[in-house]
Design a protein around this ligand. Sequence first.
Ligand code: NAD
Length: 492
Amino acid sequence: MTGLDIPRRKTIAPGQLLIDGHWRDGASGETTTTSDPTTEEVITTIAKASAEEAGEAVEAARRAFEDGPWGRMHHEERAKILFRVADLLDERADDFAVREAMDMGMPYHDFRDTIMPFCSGLFRFHGALAMSALDGSYRTSYERDIRILTRREPLGVVAAITPFNFPLTLSVSKIAPALAAGNTIVHKPASDTPLTALALGRVMLDAGLPDGAYNLVTGGGGTIGDALVRDPRIDKIAFTGSTAVGQGIMRSGAETMKHLTMELGGKSPNIIFADADIDAAVQAAFWGIFWNKGEVCVAGSRLLVERTCYDEVVEKLSRLAEKAVLGDPLDPATQVGPIASRAEYDKVLGYVEQGKQTARLTAGGGTRRINGTGLFIEPTVFADATNDIAISREEIFGPVLPVIPFDDEEDAIRIAIDTPYGLASGIQTGDLGRGLRLADRIKAGTVWLNTWHKYHPNAPFGGYKMSGYGREQGREAWESYTQYKSIWANLN
Ligand code: NAD
């Protein structure tokens, strides 16, 4: 991209609800607003659904599953529609990237060049599975004349409840496999960042998805999110969000025996050994924590560094952090955008203050304004941290990194797994054997060796321990939206 075609902020129409294939305002007329964290101005208004309207969306999804074309459609037809969704996402990548930059503060280029291909890739990957994988088997039993036919079936209606960060990715990670397996959807995005969900709703209709197969309801988690979790007509809750809200959903969902996928918080350790390529390891540590300004569930948010290279790593990382380009996410030069909302900004700054009391600040620690506005927090590094202080134990969800020294492999593993979470981890070492050996011992759903932030539609992703359970992406995600039926046939 040249300086001439820098993307611009755009006017976004007020957000409506999408129920049974039709856009409409909320019946009460109540709305909320969504704001741009760079300009701190309101972008547009967003309809606020009531619990009753969430129920209408569930009813539409139920009909589309039980009686409508989606539940009964041949899987090749379904796949064709999902491939069209993928193509439309690619065609409209600019619009999506501008929306995410304005709504969540993610640099436009990061979104266009990495997130969008991943999202359209998820629809292609799961569309291909839809063509091939509604598998079953033909088995025998004790008796000669009995045959058992097993058949994989969709679950029914899925509620996708998604967080404020990576709003499109974490929506598509649920919606693509669920639709591919023949389920229908009610989607509730986070109140702070609904703009790409609204664009996704349009894509769904334009791709020819039948009425009711995908429904979008915007509004509060405590009202419509909770109503969806408790609704007996919903078969599965696919949730990404905080561990505390996830636990509440598990409790409420138990009433109606919901299938659940829980993608929750993290405090992921990144371990640097002295035998690593130190410059490359520092790059991995930098992007591991500061990509999307640390508002990433799998951020490498605890850096463990072998004592013999500790000073060198702290020095190089701190200088890199100081040089990071903060700015408008629509500016191609920007590496680090603003924090997505005022509430998150205040929360992160609270941790920065705690860090100043409990560790040694070596970079950042302050805020910035760009052209007089914006919720910018400097990439912040705290050296000489221990693993028992709040900034090392709690999920900060911002650009703040404690750096903890360790003595040897055993010490590194002990500190790495001393956390309630288990989402991601990384090992930077010149000894691949050591990397693989330690990868076996880390309790986390993802281990990155000599890298960070690698994703592919084919690679299962999810948590251990308090980071949740179930997997997104890969065939494993698709399977989690299906269930088996055994049909016993007496041949006589
Ligand atoms: P959150 O838990 O506050 O909200 C997530 C979603 O749940 C939102 O749509 C919200 O409206 C809804 N919600 C809130 N209360 C609800 C209730 N009682 N019933 C039903 N729904 C309810 O999370 P957030 O602040 O939007 O996102 C940040 C969190 O998400 C972090 O903890 C982060 O680690 C986690 N996260 C995890 C992953 C992962 O893949 N594991 C990915 C991204 C974010």
